[in-house]
Design a protein around this ligand. Structure first.
Ligand SMILES: [Zn+2]
Length: 199
């Protein structure tokens, strides 16, 4: 590559999640060929966002204010805390417009393979919230993966004795899903967490 600036840009882009070296080269070229329309506005937008957005000291959400809009909204039910792995999961639950409680962002799930240990997650903070903040129910909304469920069990253990009800999301047949296409694990989970419709 001709310019070290370009190589440096490509290397930085390639460090972003989901971007390999080939995509990084294409992005760098696209940005450099569309400097006025894309690259300069993006630079400004990134600088503004990096300056304005902060991490909520209560739940770990990203927002312009601390505590975040959700934590400081008086219409939110503070006795209900939904524990999620990351902010994309918070966004997903917010999109349902069904949930009026608050959140706790763990920052990941326990993983022996990736070397994620309890101290790497905000489990201590969650225990403190459960003990102090008038919390009545903690919903463990973690992925239905081995790591997600290991983390849920670990948290439930740590919260033993705290005056809270611990629940988790139901697992089973997805909306629109045909039984014949489900994997055995999903079908077993669906049978186990079946719910009453009458009688
Ligand atoms: Zn918050």
């Amino acid at each position: 590559m001709s310019s070290p600036f370009i190589s440096e840009l490509v290397r930085s882009l390639a460090r972003l999640p989901g971007i390999g070296p080939r995509s990084a080269r294409r992005l760098a070229l696209h940005l450099l060929s569309n400097r006025e329309k894309t690259m300069f506005p993006l630079i400004q937008q990134m600088a503004r966002t990096a300056e304005k957005v902060t991490t909520c000291s209560v739940c770990g959400n990203l927002d312009e204010m601390d505590p975040c809009e959700i934590c400081s909204n008086p219409k939110r039910n503070r006795s209900l805390v939904c524990v999620v792995q990351g902010i994309p999961d918070l966004w997903a639950i917010e999109r349902t417009r069904l949930y009026d409680g608050v959140y706790h962002i763990l920052g990941g799930v326990l993983s022996a393979l990736d070397g994620v240990r309890p101290d790497d997650l905000s489990i201590g903070e969650l225990c403190r919230r459960a003990a102090n903040d008038g919390v009545e129910e903690i919903i463990l909304a973690l992925s239905a993966t081995v790591d997600g469920q290991t983390t849920a069990h670990y948290i439930a253990d740590r919260l033993t004795g705290a005056p809270v009800r611990i629940t988790r999301l139901a697992q089973g047949v997805p909306v629109g899903g045909e039984l014949d296409y489900l994997d055995d694990g999903t079908l077993i989970a669906a049978l186990r967490s079946r719910s009453r419709i009458s009688g």
